[in-house]
Design a protein around this ligand. Structure first.
Ligand code: IPE
Ligand code: MG
Length: 242
């Protein structure tokens, strides 16, 4: 067993709708209740001294949901961002929003800009929120930007390494996630950070997101600490030299 902490935890906060339906409440009540879990898990991340937390709040495929639910999610994101930014700032949290912004309302884009600018020099926790994000989109926008630069700079196509490519992803300032958590018993990546999760450890729990609490987060960290990360090596190669 190693006691290494993950540096970067990425979470798909799933099961809000089912949580509400199980309680005979409208789906949106689950989204609202999920905000409490977000607050608690940010606090827990800071308490564990984990420097990077990324939360998948809204995927590009989520626009397919009923307009009413999408509208509710967008206003909840706006409201929460406006309401929580000051407190996050006071707690040393640096905010980064990843995803295609152009499709978001002007008001939400402005709130994102304000929150990022206010917290830009903080360093206790880097909190990244994926809004209108898709892993395939990220790879495509990175490729597009790289091609545009190549076109401007030279006629010959330069060698492209994985490290160079990662500089064009929306997560260029973050280390790759060490631990991925998905709640609600679903075992999918759902177009989250596809490139970045090449060697991430996956952890799944049956609990729905609004029920996910500090002790559940601690259990995920515990499970992570019992994993052996081999990155293609054999187990014997990883043993410390005696
Ligand atoms: C996760 O909960 C929140 C978002 C995707 C925005 P869901 O809304 O996916 O809840 P279920 O999966 O329908 O229960
Ligand atoms: Mg879901």
């Amino acid at each position: 067993m190693n006691d290494k902490l993950p540096k970067h935890v990425a979470i798909v906060m799933d099961g809000n709708g089912r949580w509400a339906q199980q309680r005979l409440l409208p789906r949106v009540a689950g989204h609202k209740a999920g905000v409490t879990s977000v607050r608690e898990i940010i606090k827990a991340t800071i308490e564990h001294d984990i420097p990077y937390l990324t939360l998948f709040a809204f995927g590009q495929e989520n626009w397919r949901r009923p307009a009413e639910e999408v509208g509710f999610l967008m206003s909840l994101l706006l409201k929460t961002l406006k309401l929580e930014t000051k407190r996050l700032h006071e707690n040393g949290v640096k905010l980064l929003i990843i995803g295609e912004r152009k499709q978001l309302s002007n008001e939400l884009q402005a709130a994102i800009h304000t929150a990022e600018q206010l917290t830009i020099n903080n360093s206790r926790l880097q909190l990244t929120i994926a809004i209108n994000y898709s892993g395939q989109w990220d790879i495509l926008q990175a490729t597009q930007r790289w091609c545009e630069e190549v076109q401007q700079q030279s006629s010959a196509v330069p060698i492209l390494t994985a490290e160079m490519f990662a500089q064009y992803l929306s997560t260029s300032t973050l280390p790759d996630p060490d631990l991925f958590i998905r709640t609600s018993g679903e075992h999918r990546i759902s177009n989250f950070m596809l490139w970045q999760m090449a060697y991430t450890e996956f952890y799944f729990t049956e609990k729905c997101w609004p029920d996910f609490r500090k002790n559940d987060f601690a259990a995920a960290i515990d499970a992570f600490q019992n994993r052996e990360r081999r990155y293609g090596f054999t187990s014997a190669q990883l043993l410390p030299a005696t």
